[in-house]
Design a protein. Structure first.
Length: 615
């Protein structure tokens, strides 16, 4: 065993592949696919556990992640260790999922029967965290020690990463083949494959089964994984000199430009963190497993050491930038996440600078730094996904404390933030402030909190039963005009194309403006509706045109073509004051064999404000 390479330890040679391992992997993928289909079926038909969010969502997350861990572990980890690891991971997944539901406050505050899906933050953070944790467990088992050798971590993490990427790619290619076959059969008027592909009982299990199959194939062909990894690392390492010189140039320019232009961007911390992350990634493409230094060219070796040193000024500027924002405006969700990233960045920076100043060897201290950073990332992720450092909890406490200690006046406080970003903690804070606030501003505080509580949160989409229930949110122009009765009485929420309809016609609280304009000179007014963003903070241009049909039903017939942003305000004002005019198109349409062909401007064509087009 002493002469066995790490690659051989972490892979199953073709001759040693157990047919039993293959069967168990494929059976696991098939069972996972049917389990996911059942949850989809339950969500569509209100079967168990659709009305139990604290059961449905944790079960969904376990079924998504636990089988992948199991399939990846088979053949590499002892069965007893696999069982303990899968159970431990499942318990963590269930706990974090249940907290994700609880913190949203939706079940208790809004609708206790609502089926919830995992928040995007939970899903992607959990995916990343489980990948890191699985690579650590995988490597520790391979070396039979709590902390494995760095070369083992390197091999296992890259192997797992490439396996996952190729499995996803294989599923995508499989569906491309299916769609090709569907198109071929449609050519001869056979639609059975099209119908089959649209059936969820087929598409979900097949996709998941294909994913497990691809995981197995890439596992028994380790040479493919090593070849791809080597090529990718060599290519990416040659990007390091380019990025290093750009970052060095940026830092050298700061004494001449000052930091004010940086602060004016309002996203300096994010950009600096991104630059640091790119440097860390590229440094590792050169460092690899720590045993390739002799194979690197001199320019790669020099720029790698320089890049490690450049992490320090980037970190210091990013920390100072975040500190200024927190001093001015307190903690927010985004700033807490940025602070967490800075903590991880500080770990990398300290270790890499320590490695760069070492004279003996070549950056040998990067290895222990990467291992320490992996464990730190896991701890940070767990803290962010639990009450320990939940960004919603910490930010709500920070903002409320700024209000209580007088840092910000009640009239200037952002009450909307507590509801829109504060999750359960923000809702509780609003209720507490409303009940306990005393003094001259008490009525003002209650009034603002009442207005905030009437607003929809980002995920609260309460459908309008009938449009007439929401007409108070539609401003009709010219002033004094009213929407046609047939338009108001028409049902808009039972059509497959409902998603195309303006939000004010679908959701309570959404606002828009309606303009009655005769666009085709038939003595009948069409309705031009311009929506406001759902949360009322900004407006975006999405003018939609409705026309009454011969059967007296109204239908969406078109939208405005792309419009220059600097034209929007003037167009709004002209529509409201009735100072606009209808003009012929800048280019005429083409009619051929009874069909009309219309022109719209290309995206790269700069339309002037006087030549907007309709499509």
């Amino acid at each position: 065993m002493q002469n066995t390479t790490h690659d051989e330890q972490l892979s199953i040679p073709d001759s040693m592949v157990s047919s039993q391992v293959a069967r168990v992997r494929l059976l696991t993928g098939l069972l996972q696919g049917f389990a996911l289909y059942y949850l989809y079926f339950a969500g569509q038909s209100s079967a168990w556990p659709e009305k139990l969010p604290y059961v449905f969502m944790p079960l969904l997350m376990v079924i998504i992640f636990a089988p992948v861990i199991f399939v990846s572990s088979l053949g590499h980890i002892k069965n007893s260790v696999i069982l303990r690891w899968v159970i431990s991971a499942s318990v963590i997944i269930v706990c974090l999922s249940m907290y994700d539901i609880w913190r949203a406050g939706f079940v208790e505050y809004i609708n206790p029967d609502t089926q919830l899906l995992p928040s995007p933050e939970l899903f992607f953070v959990m995916a990343g965290g489980l990948f890191i944790a699985h690579a650590l467990v995988y490597s520790a088992t391979a070396d039979n020690r709590l902390i494995a050798r760095y070369s083992t971590y390197f091999e296992s993490a890259w192997k797992l990463g490439i396996q996952l990427i190729f499995a996803e790619l294989f599923v995508g290619i499989l569906w491309a083949v299916f769609w090709l076959g569907e198109s071929l059969f449609i050519l001869v008027k056979l639609y059975f494959l099209q119908s089959l592909l649209n059936e969820k009982w087929f598409s979900i299990p097949v996709s998941v089964f294909a994913f497990s199959f691809a995981m197995h194939i890439t596992d028994v062909k380790p040479g493919i994984v090593r070849g791809i990894r080597t090529l990718l690392l060599v290519l990416m390492s040659w990007l390091l000199p380019v990025v290093t010189f750009m970052v060095a140039g940026f830092i050298i320019s700061l004494p001449f430009t000052g930091l004010e232009p940086l602060w004016a961007t309002r996203n300096a911390t994010a950009v600096l963190l991104g630059a640091s992350a790119v440097l860390v990634i590229l440094i590792n493409t050169a460092f690899q497993n720590g045993e390739v230094s002799e194979q690197l060219t001199r320019i790669i070796r020099v720029t790698t050491r320089l890049a490690a040193l450049l992490l320090a000024p980037l970190l210091l500027i990013a920390v100072y930038s975040l500190w200024l924002r927190v001093q001015q405006y307190g903690w927010t969700v985004d700033r807490i996440i940025a602070a967490s990233c800075l903590l991880v960045s500080a770990c990398y920076t300290g270790g890499y600078v320590w490695a760069a100043v070492e004279k003996r060897g070549w950056l040998n201290r990067i290895a222990p730094t990467n291992i320490a950073a992996a464990f730190l990332v896991l701890m940070v992720l767990v803290a962010l996904l639990t009450p320990l450092a939940d960004p919603a909890r910490v930010s709500v406490n920070s903002q409320v404390n700024r209000l209580l200690d007088g840092t910000i006046k009640p009239a200037e406080f952002d009450y909307d933030y507590l509801k829109l970003e504060g999750e359960r903690y923000g809702l509780n804070a609003l209720n507490s402030l409303r009940a306990t606030w005393q003094g001259a501003d008490a009525s003002l505080v209650r009034e603002k909190i009442d207005a905030t509580q009437k607003k929809a949160r980002q995920w609260e989409f309460e459908l309008v039963d009938e449009l007439k229930d929401n007409t108070h949110n539609i401003t009709v122009w010219p002033k004094g005009s009213v929407l046609p009765a047939a338009f108001i009485d028409q049902t808009w929420n039972n059509d497959e194309s409902t998603w195309k309809i303006p939000e004010c016609m679908r959701y309570k609280g959404s606002q828009c403006e309606a303009f009655l304009i005769d666009l085709n000179s038939d003595a009948k007014s069409e309705i031009l509706i311009i929506s406001k963003e759902q949360y009322g903070r900004t407006e975006y241009l999405r003018p939609q045109i409705f026309m009454q049909q011969p059967d007296n039903q109204w239908a969406l017939i078109g939208i405005f073509a792309r419009t220059n942003e600097h034209c929007v305000d003037s167009m709004y004002e002209s529509l409201r004051t009735n100072t606009f005019k209808l003009v012929a198109p800048a280019m005429k349409d083409i009619e051929a064999n009874g069909s009309r062909f219309m022109f719209v401007a290309e995206e790269n064509y700069d339309l002037s404000c006087s030549s907007e087009l309709l499509q």
